[in-house]
Design a binder for this molecule. Structure first.
Ligand SMILES: C[S@@+](CC[C@H](N)C(=O)[O-])C[C@H]1O[C@@H](n2cnc3c(N)ncnc32)[C@H](O)[C@@H]1O
Length: 254
């Protein structure tokens, strides 16, 4: 299993523009916003940072909940795309930094989000310890996990007569499965919750997200219907870890 401890500059590949990835993924984007709104409802923060925030997809939304928002990202190319994407948002700060060595002071951020980054962190121990260091004592950390034990995968493991893996599962193709290529793993959220606890971080709430992620469903159901169903599914199926993405609301353990 590759580690994440080397320089996380994989998104500097000029052939790859992460903005394009979002074409045709409005349902996933809006599902994530629904989840974040649920967790952030009624809260307001002084200093927020979106770690591994890419080009800043979620930063404008986060501004509704925080006085200051920082896009914290290890890829210069992502930040360069962000400069254009966020050109009308001069107050959103950009910092080149990666999660295992954060360029923030101790206890300086009261809201941290890290969405769609766990895919690239086979062992997030150092990252969690850094996040705990920079989080204020009453701060909130929202983490998205690429969930390996979602309903469809559980069915696959059952059919194969295999146990559900507790360790991260490498989901790269055979051709890309080498140390030079970017790590791509799905996690068991129950293991991640234990890893967080080990670093002194406690999960308060769980949501099951992007529950209807399916090209076939997108063809037959209007987006508004999918999002209405998604809205109901997120809390009700959270404990079953039903969807391919799990959102956690985390605080420092006291
Ligand atoms: C799939 S993109 C997600 C971007 C953004 N969070 C979003 O949801 O739109 C993954 C991002 O994680 C960043 N990344 C990869 N390894 C990282 C690390 N060790 N620390 C922080 N960010 C990392 C990449 O540079 C990339 O921008």
């Amino acid at each position: 299993m590759p580690t994440s401890k080397k320089k996380a500059d994989q998104y500097n590949d000029p052939k790859h523009n992460y903005l394009d990835y979002w074409n045709g993924r409005d349902y996933e984007n809006k599902s994530e916003i629904i989840a974040l709104k649920r967790f952030l409802k009624g809260k307001h923060f002084k200093n927020a940072a979106d770690i591994g925030g890419g080009f800043g997809r979620l930063c404008i939304f986060l501004k509704e909940y925080a006085d200051k928002v920082t896009l914290a990202e290890p890829s210069q190319q992502q930040l360069d795309i962000g400069k254009d994407y966020l050109k009308d948002q001069p107050d959103i700060k950009m910092v080149l930094t990666q999660a295992d060595d954060l360029k923030f002071k101790d206890n300086s951020l009261d809201l941290i989000t890290m969405i769609r980054v766990m895919h690239h962190l086979p062992d997030p121990t150092k990252e969690f310890s850094e996040i705990k260091r920079v989080l204020t004592d009453d701060g909130v950390f929202i983490l998205e996990i690429a969930n390996n034990i979602h309903a469809r995968n559980r069915m696959k493991y059952l059919i194969k007569g295999e146990k559900l893996p507790t360790k991260p599962v490498d989901i790269r193709s055979d051709a890309n499965r080498n140390d030079e290529e970017i790590a791509f793993v799905n996690h068991n959220p129950k293991t991640v919750i234990k890893q967080l606890a080990h670093e002194g971080l406690k999960v308060e709430k769980v949501l099951s997200v992007s529950n209807l992620r399916s090209q076939s469903l997108k063809k037959v159901l209007p987006e508004s219907a999918m999002l209405a169903i998604e809205n109901v599914m997120q809390p009700t199926l959270a404990k079953a870890y039903f969807g391919p993405s799990t959102f956690l609301l985390i605080r420092k353990a006291v």
